[in-house]
Design a protein around this ligand. Structure first.
Ligand code: A3P
Ligand code: MG
Length: 429
């Protein structure tokens, strides 16, 4: 039975600025630390002058506003992400609690002329994207690594894991870009279980239609990104890429990171394309490299679109887990990589400074932070059979509905049983 709690679209009215009450900010201002970007390091000392921002509240009783101007305040505290583990998915999508699928970056020529169409017809095994894996791989990782996460304090018994949120990095990327997303909506299912909030995406009807009606050209272009990875990645430190091999998109290496956004303790996982092969490179996630392809830029308009749309997505995806650079292959209309360029994540905000009306990292992070606060205050029932479904449609507020014992429930029995079993035996000892 579906219980609609809040389906009305309610536009938040920004209060007149002269009526703003000053209230203490929950965040501390970050010093502009250049190369290190916006992360708060372990050694960060809070500034002695407290920051204040206006008392405008983007949460109304019915929803969360997505208007950009409400999120233009100081950058929230975002702790340097720490890798707590990793896992691999093999060619048949089987889970392994190790880094066997991690690949090593081999720097290509600046103008490599890679043919990204090669092998599309005969050396391509595509993951079945109609299969929805939800959070299952992350949950498997959690069960195999409980000791790294469990609460050590006796007073925190109701919280099985010492984190507030468990999710995929990709879901957080969507949250970061929401204030600028004018085309695609999203649905995020949230369940509170033993005081941790689990966030898992639900495919929208529009996304399902798009997936089922892709053109042949679109299908092929989706292959190009993976083919670029094959040209630039080797399986071992000392080997070379093998462009004659099969591209199998079931295979993945995923990092699991822990961090904190303001007062939200996060545990999330994201796929990592490869790492620096230099053994003296810094440890993960700082040695990781994100690979991307993009259409070559020939006009000022194309450059502006690249800054406004592509760099937003690239920045959000890599900033979250602390991956410091993106290596981009620019390709022509026929899928030939004509140039390769490295983009340090910490320099992206400088690159976009001259664009009019461009996206801002602080808006992305503050929106995500306020969404997580909204989720915390909304998702109060601690019950794995209850799902709160949060919904975003472009140019609207985020709203939610509540569902009991529905198709949206996503925590598997094996996970709940194991958490309950180990927690109970822990509290008896
Ligand atoms: P490119 O982004 O270089 O085109 P990721 O970059 O996140 O590691 O993803 C690897 C590749 O998967 C992408 O490479 C692209 O080919 C494909 N891909 C990922 N997300 C996609 C999406 N939403 N639509 C189409 N293709 C996607
Ligand atoms: Mg990539």
């Amino acid at each position: 039975m579906l219980t609609v709690v809040a389906m009305d679209q309610h536009k938040y009215h920004h209060p007149n600025s002269s009526h703003h009450k000053k209230r203490q900010s929950a965040y501390q201002r970050e010093g502009d630390d250049g190369e290190r970007g916006h992360y708060k390091s372990k050694h960060f000392k809070p500034s002695h002058h407290q920051q204040y921002h206006s008392g405008s509240n983007p949460v109304s009783s019915r929803g969360l506003s997505t208007r950009r101007e409400l999120y233009e305040r100081d950058f929230p505290v975002y702790k340097q992400p720490v890798e707590v583990g990793s896992f691999s998915l093999d060619s048949r999508r089987r889970f392994f609690n190790d880094a066997r699928q991690l690949r090593y970056y081999v720097e290509p020529d600046k103008e490599p002329n890679f043919d990204l169409r090669d092998g599309y017809k005969d050396r391509f095994i595509k993951r079945d994207d109609s299969v929805k894996e939800k959070l299952d791989h992350i949950l498997r990782w959690i069960l195999a690594n409980r000791s790294k996460l469990s609460s050590k304090s006796a007073e925190n018994k109701s919280c099985a894991l010492d984190v507030d949120f468990v999710t995929w990095r990709g879901h957080l990327t969507k949250l970061l870009t929401t204030p600028y997303e004018a085309r695609e909506g999203w649905l995020l299912a949230v369940t509170r279980f033993r005081d941790t909030l689990y966030i898992s995406e639900v495919e929208t009807e529009a996304a399902r239609r798009e997936r089922e009606n892709r053109t042949g050209r679109h299908e092929e272009m989706m292959y190009w990104g993976y083919k670029f990875e094959q040209y630039t990645c080797a399986d071992t430190v000392h080997s070379s890429p093998d462009p004659g091999g099969v591209v199998n998109t079931n295979e993945a290496f995923c990092t699991v990171v822990q961090t904190r956004l303001a007062d939200h303790r996060l545990l999330f996982s994201g796929e990592v394309d490869c790492r620096d092969k230099d053994p003296n490179a810094p440890g993960p996630p700082a040695c990781y490299i994100e690979l991307k392809t993009s259409a070559e830029i020939c006009t000022p308009k194309q450059r502006s679109n690249f800054h406004r749309f592509k760099l937003l997505k690239w920045w959000a995806q890599s900033f979250l887990p602390g991956v410091p650079r993106v290596v981009a292959g620019f390709r022509d209309h026929d899928g030939v990589v004509v140039s390769v360029e490295t983009f340090p994540i910490s320099k992206i905000s400088h690159l976009i400074k001259n664009e009019q009306n461009c996206w801002k990292p602080t808006v992305c992070m503050n929106f995500c932070c306020d969404f997580l606060s909204f989720v915390k205050q909304t998702v109060t029932e601690d019950d794995p059979s209850v799902v709160y479904l949060f919904s975003y449609e472009p140019h609207r507020d985020v709203t939610y509905s509540l569902h009991r014992d529905s198709q949206y429930s996503f925590l598997p029995q094996w996970y709940m049983e194991e958490i309950t079993r180990s927690q109970d035996s822990h509290s008896q000892s």
